[in-house]
Design a protein around this ligand. Structure first.
Ligand SMILES: C[S@@+](CC[C@H](N)C(=O)[O-])C[C@H]1O[C@@H](n2cnc3c(N)ncnc32)[C@H](O)[C@@H]1O
Length: 320
């Protein structure tokens, strides 16, 4: 008998939902999506006097009903997986994005889900001189590698947004070796700050900020794994620790979804001294962020956008 693990998604942004679904298929072995079904009662409610009795709904009426359900936030899609470790990996991935998800195992056994999904994490080459390597494959420190234990299913570099942030830093910041301070806003596994520590000889302090204490714990663990790469001073911060932050940082990373980039714009922009790398953006959303951030009247200019599959990232630089 096939055991399936169902993950119901309640994400109202259609573009985001389809990008997340694409990720489920691409990286987590998702085997299918159950679309929502139209319940007669709901159809009657929406169509009122125009309700049909029996027979198929004409396409345009079906679309109207669908659009109404979407607008009311009633559309839910359920992804299914036969491999519990992949399903668990996908849940961790969703968690990394702060997205709500419910997981239901058809035959129970949720508790038996193990950590094997982590074994799907293989070395990722960001550039010819920079790779992300699973922590369990570490043999010795290597200036071209960082070692990451993906405790949250996030920040392995496997995801496009993490990869793009690192690529922008490595290929577009010419004076990386003069950067002294870095803020990893929404640090997850700490991969971006650790990557900066590894590649910038001058980095003295990295502040890792996250709303999730587990992310900070995972970051701390990963810093320990890259001991000779770590900046002299690493701080693990929750948003309530804002008084412990510097007034500004030479380099700020923020790989968080568009709505959080907008909500947190004041902090992100005011803390950026020289460079800001933002991601977590679906392709096309980078323009909205550039327009929104320009309205703050900062002297930050978008200087490079990178796109990979459905995702994008932007490097901003402070002008004189
Ligand atoms: C998509 S993950 C990025 C992890 C890692 N920086 C990377 O690039 O792979 C986003 C992280 O931001 C955190 N986060 C979400 N909203 C936040 C907020 N308002 N302030 C700080 N961290 C936040 C989440 O807990 C999560 O760890």
């Amino acid at each position: 008998m096939n055991h399936y693990y169902f993950i119901e998604l309640d994400i109202k942004d259609e573009q985001l939902l389809s990008a997340i679904e694409a990720e489920a298929f691409k990286s987590f072995g998702c085997e299918g999506v159950q679309e929502f079904t139209l319940e007669e009662e709901e159809v009657d409610r929406i169509l009122g006097e125009r309700s049909y009795s029996g027979g198929d709904l004409p396409l345009e009426v079906l679309e109207e009903v669908e659009q109404t359900l979407i607008a009311e936030g009633k559309v839910k899609r359920t992804l299914y997986f036969s491999d519990p470790t992949q399903a668990q990996g996908f849940i961790e991935f969703l968690r990394g994005w702060g997205l709500e998800a419910n997981a239901k195992a058809q035959e129970g056994e949720v508790r038996d889900w193990n950590e094997n999904w982590k074994k799907n994490f293989k070395t990722i080459e960001v550039t010819s001189s920079f790779s992300i390597v699973p922590s369990w494959e570490k043999k010795e420190e290597d200036g071209d590698k960082i070692f990451i234990y993906p405790g949250m299913g996030f920040g392995t570099g496997n995801h496009e947004t993490t990869f793009l942030c690192l690529k922008l830093m490595l290929e577009e910041i010419e004076d990386l070796n003069s950067i002294k301070t870095c803020l990893d806003f929404g640090c997850g596994s700490g991969i971006l700050g650790i990557g900066a520590s590894r590649k910038s000889q001058s980095l003295e302090r990295v502040d890792y900020l996250d709303i999730d204490q587990e992310a900070l714990n995972n970051t701390e663990y990963n810093i320990g794994f890259n001991s000779s790469a770590e900046a002299k001073d690493n701080k693990l911060l929750l948003p309530s620790d804002s008084d412990k932050m510097l007034s500004s940082y030479d380099l700020v990373f923020a790989n968080i979804l568009k709505h959080t980039l907008l909500e947190q714009a004041d902090t992100i922009l005011s803390k950026t001294g020289k460079y800001l790398i933002v991601s977590g953006l679906l392709k096309g959303q980078e323009q909205d962020i550039c327009v929104a951030y320009k309205q703050y009247g900062t002297k930050l200019e978008p200087v490079k956008t990178l796109i990979k599959n459905d995702w994008s990232a932007v490097l901003f630089k402070r002008g004189l």
